[in-house]
Design a protein around this ligand. Structure first.
Ligand SMILES: Nc1ncnc2c1ncn2[C@@H]1O[C@H](COP(=O)(O)OP(=O)(O)OP(=O)(O)O)[C@@H](O)[C@H]1O
Ligand SMILES: Cc1ncc(COP(=O)(O)O)c(N)n1
Length: 266
C-alpha cells in the first residue's frame, strides 16, 4: 500500500471546468495528492460569465464533511466559493468539528466576469469566524480591500493591510497581486513569525486567467499537506502559475482556463 497526502477542497463546481473545485482537483492531481470534495454549490458558468448558481443545502454540506471525516485522514483543507451566510455558517461549524489539518482560506468574492460568489452579508462572518481558523488566507487585492474596508494602493499599504488581516486571527496572510496594474505581478506573504516576503513575476498580458486564484491556493494546500513550508512552496507555485497562464490552451471564448498540464522549468 502506498501512503499519499489527502486533502479536501470545500468549494463550488464550475460547469465549464476552469475555476472552482474543478481547478483545485486538477492542481491536486498535478501535485500528486489525493483529493476529496465538499461541494458548496453548483454554478452554471463558462469563460464568459456566471449564468446560474445553486448553493448546496447546509445539511448536505454537513453530511459531506461527516462522510469525509469518518473515513479519510485529511492533512489539509481549502475553502473557495461559499456563496452566502448560510453556507459560511455551515462550513465554519463543520470545520470547528473536524480535524482537517492545515486550512487554506481563499475568500472568493467575485468571479473574473464580475458575478458575486459571496453575498455582502456573509463577509463579516468570514472575517470573524473563518479567518481565525486559517493557516493561511489568500485574498486577491480586491478581496483584501473588501475585508479591510480600505484601499491598498502601495506595497507599504499592502503590508500594513496584511498585518491587520493577521490580527483578525489568520496565522499567515498571502495577498495576491494579479489585479494590480503594471508590468509585474507581486504577491505579498506575511508569515506567522512576522517575516515579510514579496514574490514578483512578469505579468502575462492575457485575459485567459480563469481560476488563477483557485489554482494558487490549491497549490499551497497540496504543499502544506506534504509538510512543506510556505516559503518553499511559493517560488515553485509562482513558476507554475506563470507557465500555466503563459502557455494558454484554446478553451472557451472569454476568460479561458489555465494550462494545468504545462511543463515547468526549474
Ligand atoms: N496576468 C498574470 N500574469 C502572471 N501571473 C498572474 C497573472 N494574473 C494572476 N497571476 C498570478 O496568479 C496568482 C493568482 O492571483 P490573482 O490575483 O489572479 O488571484 P485571484 O484574483 O484570486 O484569482 P481568481 O479571480 O481566479 O479568484 C498570483 O500568483 C498572481 O500573481
Ligand atoms: C465556483 C467558482 N469558484 C471560484 C471562482 C473564481 O475563479 P475566477 O475568478 O478565476 O473565475 C469561480 N469563478 N467559480
Amino acid at each position: 500500500m502506498h501512503k499519499i497526502p489527502q486533502v479536501v477542497t470545500i468549494a463550488g463546481v464550475d460547469a465549464s471546468g476552469g475555476a472552482g473545485l474543478n481547478a483545485d482537483l486538477r492542481t491536486f492531481d498535478r501535485l500528486g495528492v489525493y483529493s476529496a470534495t465538499v461541494v458548496t454549490g453548483l454554478t452554471a458558468q463558462n469563460t464568459l460569465g456566471v449564468q446560474e448558481m445553486l448553493p448546496t443545502p447546509p445539511d448536505m454540506i454537513a453530511a459531506q464533511f461527516k462522510s469525509i471525516a469518518d473515513d479519510l485522514d485529511i492533512q489539509a483543507a481549502k475553502t473557495g466559493a461559499l456563496f452566502d451566510l448560510d453556507r459560511v455558517k455551515a462550513v465554519v461549524a463543520a470545520l470547528e468539528d473536524v480535524d482537517f489539518g492545515f486550512l487554506v482560506v481563499d475568500p472568493v468574492m467575485v468571479a473574473k466576469g464580475g458575478a458575486p460568489l459571496l453575498s455582502a452579508d456573509a463577509i463579516e462572518l468570514v472575517k470573524t469566524a473563518l479567518l481565525p481558523l486559517a493557516t493561511v488566507i489568500t485574498p486577491n487585492l480586491l478581496e483584501a480591500q473588501t475585508l479591510l474596508q480600505a484601499e491598498l494602493p502601495t506595497p507599504e499599504a499592502v503590508s500594513v493591510g496584511a498585518h491587520v488581516l493577521q490580527a483578525l486571527g489568520a496565522k499567515n496572510v498571502l495577498i495576491k497581486g494579479g489585479h494590480q496594474a503594471g508590468p509585474q505581478v507581486a504577491d505579498f506573504l506575511l508569515l506567522a513569525d512576522g517575516s515579510e516576503h514579496w514574490y514578483r513575476s512578469e505579468r502575462v498580458d492575457t485575459v485567459r486567467t480563469h481560476g488563477t486564484g483557485d489554482t494558487l491556493a490549491a497549490y499551497l494546500t497540496a504543499g502544506l499537506a506534504k509538510g512543506q513550508a510556505l516559503t518553499d512552496i511559493m517560488p515553485a507555485a509562482k513558476r507554475f502559475m506563470t507557465a500555466a497562464i503563459k502557455e494558454s490552451i484554446e478553451v472557451g471564448h472569454g476568460h479561458g482556463p489555465l494550462n494545468h498540464w504545462v511543463e515547468v522549468s526549474k
